[in-house]
Design a protein around this ligand. Structure first.
Ligand code: 5GP
Ligand code: MN
Length: 349
């Protein structure tokens, strides 16, 4: 069984704390393509603290994100690069500090990779994916953390900036931890995660309401799409302890697909006894987006890196394919057969 190779990189924070404590700065927080609850929660939790300190601060997301994340305080400060490229470029060019949250490679910010790479701003990276690229002046990365939100909270406490926290920022950070752990069902075995959550709860936000806004606010069509997937579109390769789901654009249209509707679908096959590897393929305009999840030692990040130009965590990763859906599924099945012996011991062929 592959040992989880937890790694912590904690570079010198004196410069960033000195910049943040002295004067009002123009700060742009950026996060990754298809941002999830941790990406948005970490960004907005940090945003509120920095605003409370008197900094001028914005968030840029490369593209649109799910409606069930839009209730978060500070949501209006998020600019979507796809929709407002000029404004986003302006914010990036003006920034004295750029904070990257929840990604480890500049490829994940797609359209503005080059702008960030070329920027003379002081760059801070806060993340929990393995092997962060060295595009930042200060890297704070810990693969053993439940979420980026947990590391943001650690960073704020380390610099004494938690004195500027309030119920809004605590609620955002809590949402990041809750969503990245599947409501504390994975990535959540370390006591420190619960200490952080306990401290966040001291800020007295409404935890049950947050759960409800994230998980109990779906459209009827989305629920039926899930039913359709599980009933008609899930293939189980029992011999290989693998199951996968796929959706075409036509099917998505039939169910009035909205961004975020298929979030979490990839996890369902792992609830089948004996299944260790799950994949989800969704057809987009010019490519097929792949999501991978595993239970145990099978490193889906290496699988995504090697075969799908992607990456991620040991048990949760993603990538893409430019083949047709049929070709993508055929190739996937061949790759799974290749992994047969390793779906139990974690190596990648
Ligand atoms: P999801 O399947 O929810 O889109 O992503 C799961 C995990 O894999 C997340 O940690 C995400 O950051 C990472 N991930 C998803 N797609 C990609 C990709 O195309 N490239 C890389 N490097 N990571 C990805
Ligand atoms: Mn995350």
């Amino acid at each position: 069984m592959l040992k989880r190779n937890d790694k912590r990189i904690w570079q010198d924070t004196s410069t960033i704390f000195s910049l943040l404590r002295n004067g009002s700065r123009k700060i742009t927080i950026i996060t990754h393509l298809d941002p999830d609850g941790d990406a948005i929660g970490s960004s907005l939790g940090l945003l509120k603290v920095l605003q409370n300190m008197g900094h001028r601060c914005h968030v840029i997301s490369p593209n649109e994100y799910a409606d069930f994340l839009k209730w978060m305080p500070g949501n209006d400060a998020i600019r979507i690069f796809d929709k407002e490229p000029r404004k986003a470029v302006q914010l990036l060019n003006q920034a004295e500090i750029i904070v990257s949250v929840d990604f480890n490679t500049v490829r994940r910010i797609k359209q503005f990779t080059d702008i960030v790479t070329a920027s003379g701003a002081y760059k801070l990276l806060i993340d929990h994916h393995p092997d962060p690229e060295s595009f930042a002046d200060c890297i704070l990365s810990d693969t053993s953390a439940s979420s980026t939100a947990e590391i943001v909270y650690e960073f704020l406490k380390l610099g004494g900036l938690d004195q500027f926290m309030d119920a809004d920022s605590a609620a955002c950070l809590f949402t990041g931890i809750m969503t990245d752990t599947g409501c504390f069902s994975y990535n959540s075995s370390k006591p420190g995660t619960y200490r952080a959550v306990a401290e966040l709860l001291d800020y007295e936000f409404d935890k049950d309401r947050i759960y409800s806004m994230v998980y109990d606010d779906f459209t009827c069509k989305r629920m039926r799409l899930l039913g359709f997937c599980l009933n008609n579109k899930m293939e189980v390769l029992r011999e290989y302890r693998t199951a996968y789901i796929w959706l075409t654009m036509k099917e998505l249209q039939e169910y009035d697909f909205q961004v975020g509707d298929t979030e979490g679908f990839v996890n369902y096959p792992l609830s089948i006894s004996g299944i260790r590897f799950s994949a989800f393929f969704i057809e987009k305009k010019d490519h097929i987006k792949a999501s991978f999840r595993s239970k145990g030692g099978f490193p889906v990040n290496h699988f995504a890196e090697k075969y799908y130009n992607g990456g991620g965590h040991v048990n949760a990763s993603g990538g893409e394919s430019t083949d047709t859906m049929r070709e993508t599924l055929e190739r996937f099945k061949k790759l799974v057969i290749l992994q047969k012996d390793h779906l139990s011991d974690g190596e990648i062929q």
